[in-house]
Design a binder for this molecule. Structure first.
Ligand SMILES: Nc1ncnc2c1ncn2[C@@H]1O[C@H](COP(=O)(O)OP(=O)(O)OP(=O)(O)O)[C@@H](O)[C@H]1O
Ligand SMILES: [Mg+2]
Length: 222
């Protein structure tokens, strides 16, 4: 379970996340959908304990598999070396490296140094790292960015199976409505730091029009 309870955060006096609350149940994929600067990454960092909230709190069943927006790793390390190192950090067995490498589609890149990967390849290594140890919760910050169309489909399949096969709670951020509709059971719409709506894509006939209207209304804030 992943729960945000009235999370609030200011930067330099400006409130960039305001009173944000939502829950992700086990077995559920929830999309965090909002325009650039809406507060998605900031909220996720508070959920992960990487950033202190100014108000509210978070409850997350750990450990958490985290795919950051910008994935950083020691550039000279091989993909295998990096995943083995992360397996050690997460106290899971190094057998798990082969499993996550296959699941994330990086099994043929294990000998390559991180510094020589393409953007999409790096993104998949980031996913592989998040999968280590089969955690009960996942926070994925724009998981499909930089991926080609075939990889996007594969990434979405992996994400669905985390919830539907393994029973994990999955929160993913995106600005792509198509992505939200195709992978998510529920979507939390955020704009200008506030939750504007929660929708079930299947039950919302024109999600795009609704999203654009909510974002447009948010522009009138302050
Ligand atoms: N460390 C920081 N210091 C000052 N302002 C920040 C900091 N981090 C984020 N912000 C501001 O907070 C707001 C929300 O940023 P955030 O990164 O959470 O947005 P986002 O929804 O993830 O956007 P994107 O879709 O572009 O990734 C932005 O206006 C951003 O400039
Ligand atoms: Mg972001």
């Amino acid at each position: 379970m992943i729960e945000a309870r009235a999370l609030t955060r200011r930067f330099g006096g400006r409130e960039v996340v305001r009173d944000v609350s939502f829950r992700v149940e086990p077995g559920e994929v929830v999309g965090f959908l909002g325009p650039n600067g809406a507060g998605k990454t900031t909220t996720m960092r508070m959920l992960l304990g990487l950033l202190r909230p100014d108000g509210g709190d978070a409850a997350v069943d750990g450990p958490v598999g985290f795919l950051p927006e910008v994935f950083a790793g020691y550039e000279a390390l091989s993909v295998r070396g990096y995943l083995a190192f992360m397996a050690g950090v997460k106290r899971t067995t190094s057998d798990d490296v082969a499993r996550v490498a296959t699941a994330a589609g990086v099994a043929d890149l294990l000998r390559r140094p991180l510094g020589r990967l393409s953007k999409g390849q790096r993104q998949r290594v980031g996913l592989a790292q998040a999968l280590l140890g089969k955690p009960p919760s996942y926070v994925l910050d724009e998981p499909t960015q930089g991926l080609d169309p075939k990889q996007v489909v594969e990434m979405r399949d992996v994400i669905r199976s985390l919830a539907k096969t393994d029973g994990a709670a999955v929160l993913l951020s995106t600005h792509l409505l198509a992505e939200a509709s195709s992978v998510c059971d529920r979507v939390v719409v955020i704009a200008k730091g506030r939750v504007r709506a929660e929708e079930r894509p299947g039950a919302t006939p024109d999600l795009e029009a609704r999203f654009l209207r909510l974002v447009g209304e948010a522009e009138l804030d302050d």
